[in-house]
Design a binder for this molecule. Structure first.
Ligand SMILES: Nc1nc2c(c(=O)[nH]1)N[C@H]1C(S)=C(S)[C@@H](COP(=O)(O)O)O[C@H]1N2
Ligand SMILES: [Mo]
Length: 405
């Protein structure tokens, strides 16, 4: 029977002259080992991200069950969140490089199931890159996206989408992962490969870099970027953390400032003149000058400012115990409290404290920081400091506190 299809077309349909990859650095075992490290980093970032999200935006069923202890809890989980996300960057690059030859697999799509699997990988890679890039930029306080999208909600929802795609990926790849984990000695005999015609795209086999060296290099890269940045939350590593976005040793009274009074539109004139703290919603309304607040019994606490952006630092605070203040105003013990800043329109101008935070003995309306009167940038005349809460909720320049009834 004569050949009805031109010979060139047949070979085209078979396989275009795509590059071939034979190196072990692209095999299932390498992909599995690097993928496992990446999976652990992603799972850690996802779980600690959920903690951060629920502490900042608690759903009503959870709001009253969030613990106020350990006081360093958020400092720990958010430090881990940023550290695991940072470590994931070189791991993701290594993983993508290990598996990129799959882009040249032929045929590109074999079945509907295969097409869906490829689609899930597209979602997974796009989501992972998005999360790591936006997370890194956020930790550097570099909001390049401006008002294009809200960082918090987008970072949160893309995390769910990415994790969904990851679960699909793990399910689909379970057999390959199981093969990848087998010790080299237990390897199944290789299937005989069909002879491939040598073409111009045939790459020479390179075995110059061993799998062990590749994995070790990846581990060193991940370890280096982590150690070089984690000092922003682990004080003892500050001196080696040459790449961290924050030098936590720099800042007025030994604590960095995220948003200055100037940026928040708070002027010295506005606070010195006739500032009084208003406390409402209880049996007695209070209106207290700073002098009157300072004359009330003072409480001290050592608590961290732990910013969502990944830096944190312990500080010594002094001021009025919020619980005492609420008692003075005749506010019920089970009341949540709204805190309103002098700041107008800022994202953190209004904050809600659930009753367990209000009544924690270490929760303060702070007047002093590290032995000195608060500076304007740190929230003078008075600011909130509460254990185990994200920095964004440690409201500065407090004007009013009111029971939510
Ligand atoms: N009113 C007000 N309070 C605020 C903020 C703000 O922008 N406005 N920033 C918050 C953030 S994001 C952090 S991390 C802490 C930082 O406190 P510090 O500037 O004293 O270090 O303040 C919080 N309190
Ligand atoms: Mo923050």
């Amino acid at each position: 029977m004569p050949n009805l299809i031109p010979k060139d077309l047949v070979s085209l349909l078979r396989r275009p002259p795509l590059p071939r990859f034979r190196s072990r650095l692209h095999d299932e075992r390498t992909a599995t080992l690097i993928g496992t490290a990446l999976g652990v980093a992603f799972a850690t970032a996802f779980l600690t991200g959920l903690v951060s999200h629920f502490l900042q935006h608690p759903p009503s069923w959870l709001a009253h069950h969030l613990p106020t202890r350990p006081y360093w809890g958020y400092r720990f989980t958010q430090g881990l969140h940023v550290a695991s996300g940072t470590a994931a960057i070189p791991l993701l690059l290594a993983k993508l490089w290990t598996v990129y030859p799959r882009l040249f697999a032929w045929p590109p799509l074999k079945s509907v199931a295969h097409a869906l699997e490829r689609l899930s990988i597209l979602v997974l890679v796009a989501g992972a890159v998005f999360e790591l890039v936006t997370g890194l930029l956020n930790s550097a306080q570099w909001y390049v996206w401006g008002n294009q999208f809200p960082f918090v909600q987008t970072h949160y929802w893309v995390a769910w989408i990415t994790v969904g795609a990851l679960v699909v990926h793990l399910g689909v790849k379970a057999p390959a992962i199981a093969r990848g984990f087998r010790r080299p000695g237990e390897e199944l005999p290789e299937l005989p490969e069909l002879p491939e015609p040598a073409g111009p795209a045939e790459l020479p086999e390179t075995h110059h870099v061993s799998r062990r060296a590749f994995i070790a290099t990846t581990a060193v890269a991940a370890g280096t970027v982590t150690v070089a940045t984690v000092g922003q939350s682990v004080g003892s590593l500050r001196s080696v953390s040459v790449l961290s976005a924050r030098d936590t040793g720099v800042g007025e009274l030994g604590v960095p400032v995220n948003r200055t009074a100037g940026q928040a539109g708070i002027t010295a004139a506005a606070v010195t003149s006739d500032w009084r703290l208003q406390v409402g919603g209880g049996a007695r309304g209070l209106s207290l000058s700073r002098q009157e607040l300072a004359a009330l019994p003072q409480t001290s606490a050592t608590l961290p400012i732990a910013c969502v952006e990944g830096w944190s630092v312990d500080a010594h605070w002094q001021g009025v115990r919020i619980s005492d203040l609420m008692d003075l105003a005749g506010i019920a013990h089970d009341a949540d409290v709204r805190v309103v800043s002098m700041e107008q329109n800022g994202a953190y101008a209004v904050m809600v404290m659930e009753r367990q935070y209000v009544r924690d003995p270490a929760a303060l309306l702070a007047l002093r920081l590290n032995g000195r009167t608060l500076t304007l940038d740190h929230g003078y005349p008075a600011r909130i400091i509460v254990p185990n809460r994200p920095g964004v909720l440690q409201t500065k320049w407090v004007q009013r506190m009111e029971a939510i009834v």
